[in-house]
Design a protein around this ligand. Structure first.
Ligand code: KIV
Ligand code: ZN
Length: 531
């Protein structure tokens, strides 16, 4: 697709002196990391912290130092190495927590202690067993203690959205007087709505004593799927710090997703009239890094960073996109660091998109031939969910895109030991009637199988992506291996399915070798049996 002017290009984040700044407070390493399935070791946290610094976040909540020695160590290390953002640690309003947080943050260039205490009637009665006055006194004492141990103090009124408004005003007024410079009103249980939270922030800004000396902050959970909408509504009502996480990870249904908040503020800049300091082109790489570090991928249709966020399959949309990208895109994939818009060819696609893709691959198809190419494409698209460039190439060259072989897997054995290398042997049959056996060792069973297949077929595969996922449930679940490999300066994809994931990988590798060989038939191998 040729680059075209985008209707929202004027919404660039850079250099708008009139727009007020909203601080981005990232809590991926604290609220995000404490959710089941998202824990990270110290090295992973450090990598993530560097990525967040590169993204330009204002504050990184690096952990909860008194939660464990490991959390303490991670916060201390992040505080020592990051020079850009403010490094923040979480603490309850307890002496020990505050002291540990202060020690962990000692080496930070700029440090913040984030104190929290519940304020809602439900929490006061059932969790804390404290009166309103006791809550105010504990919060103020903690703030005063923390002030001497860091550069700035944030106070969070946990479960603020279910707290009596007048009491919240009292707590925040006392916290500001005690020296807190950021006042956070978290929707701890994801209960509020955009109108309600906007109303609350308007009320707080009007009634909290010393409101003009502090930053009001929003921290929304996604239990009812409104965390981003609620955060944006709070910004609309004057919040100037948004607490959020990459990919929206966090307790239960998660926190507000940073990429969604940031892009909403950017794409709708004239509406919100504020800007962040985020380098939006780092959003997608940072999201990918988190999925790699935690092993938890995002939904394909996830806003801003999902695989489908800039993909179009319907013929009507593709036609519109080819005329002007603004017809169906409100932001550019490049703006979030995602590369190009993808016109995905499938059964809903039309001739325009097919011709355009073939041209970009170097195949000029004249009008007469186009009818039959399009008919073959549609017939294949009815059977396959997605059509790849290899399929299109086969159609354009008059080859059969559904052909299988020439190689088939006849036998596979692997052997691996914990902490040691692995070995694999394969026996393959070729359509020319020959059988060949090969063995190889590798860093693990997958590597060993790939090496053995390379040796048997004589085709080198430089694997660039490898993914395994379950395609059915239960102990006998089928695993699908998806492999992308580079060969002769091109990317080739192959899939394999089996109850054994190593066998699925072998099928995926052979699917690639077969495609390569069908495209440029190799000299048939001699019959060798080395098994
Ligand atoms: O959700 C919440 O209330 C929190 C606080 C610790 C800020 O995460
Ligand atoms: Zn939270």
């Amino acid at each position: 697709m040729n680059p075209q002017d985008h209707p929202n290009d004027e919404n660039s984040d850079v250099g708008d002196a009139t727009a007020e700044r909203v601080r981005i407070f990232d809590t991926t390493l604290r609220d995000g990391e404490q959710a089941p399935g998202f824990s990270m070791d110290r090295r992973a946290k450090l990598r993530m912290a560097h990525a967040l610094e590169g993204l330009g976040v204002d504050i990184i909540e690096a952990g909860f130092p008194s939660a464990s020695p490991d959390d303490f160590g991670s916060v201390a290390e992040i505080a020592r190495v990051l020079r850009g953002p403010t490094v923040c640690g979480l603490a309850r309003c307890h002496d020990n927590d505050i002291a540990a947080c202060g020690r962990a943050l000692q080496a930070a260039r700029h440090s913040r202690i984030h104190l929290f205490l519940s304020t809602s009637p439900l929490h006061r009665e059932h969790k804390l067993g404290m009166s309103k006055q006791q809550v105010i006194d504990a919060a103020c004492a903690a703030i005063e203690r923390a002030r001497g141990l860091c550069h700035e103090v944030e106070f969070s009124a946990e479960d603020a959205l279910r707290t009596e408004r007048d009491f919240l005003v009292e707590v925040f007024s006392a916290a500001a007087a005690a020296g807190a410079t950021t006042l956070n009103a978290p929707d701890t249980v994801g209960y509020t709505t955009p109108t309600e939270i906007a109303d609350l922030f308007t009320y707080l800004r009007r009634h909290v004593r010393g409101a003009d000396q502090v930053i009001f902050s929003t921290h929304c959970h996604d239990d009812l799927g409104m965390a981003v909408a609620n955060s944006l509504a709070a910004v609309g009502a004057g919040a100037r710090q948004v607490e959020c996480t990459i990919n929206g990870i966090g307790e239960r249904a998660g926190n507000a997703s940073m990429e969604e908040v940031v892009m909403a503020l950017r794409v709708r800049r004239p509406y919100f009239g504020v800007q962040t300091g985020i380098e939006t082109r780092r959003l997608y790489p940072t999201s990918r890094l988190l999925t790699q570090l935690t092993g938890q991928s995002v939904a394909r249709n996830k806003a801003v960073v999902g695989e489908n966020a800039f993909a179009h399959e319907s013929g009507i949309h593709q036609h519109g996109m080819l005329k002007h990208r603004g017809t169906y895109e409100i932001m550019r994939p490049q703006d979030v660091g995602m590369g190009e818009t993808r016109l995905v060819l499938g059964k809903h696609s039309g001739r325009h998109a097919l011709r355009q893709r073939l041209q970009s691959m170097g195949h000029e198809v004249d009008e007469a031939a186009m009818d039959s190419v399009f008919a073959r494409f549609k017939a294949l698209a009815d059977k396959k969910r997605e059509i790849h460039d290899e399929d299109l190439e086969a159609i354009a060259l008059g080859l059969d895109p559904e052909a299988i072989g020439p190689w088939r897997l006849v036998q596979l054995n692997t052997n691996s030991h914990m902490g040691g290398s692995a070995s694999a042997s394969v026996k393959l049959a070729h359509d020319n009637g020959h059988e060949i056996g090969e063995a190889a060792i590798g860093d693990g069973p997958v590597d060993a199988v790939l090496r053995a297949i390379e040796r048997a077929t004589g085709t080198t595969l430089d694997v660039t992506q490898f993914q395994v996922r379950a395609v059915s449930e239960g102990g006998d679940a089928q695993g699908q291996a998806q492999l992308t490999a580079r060969h002769a300066e091109r990317d080739w994809r192959g899939n394999g399915v089996s109850t054994d994931i190593i066998e699925a990988t072998a099928h995926a590798a052979l699917a690639i070798v077969n495609r390569i060989e069908r495209r440029a038939p190799a000299t048939p191998p001699a019959a060798v049996a080395r098994l």
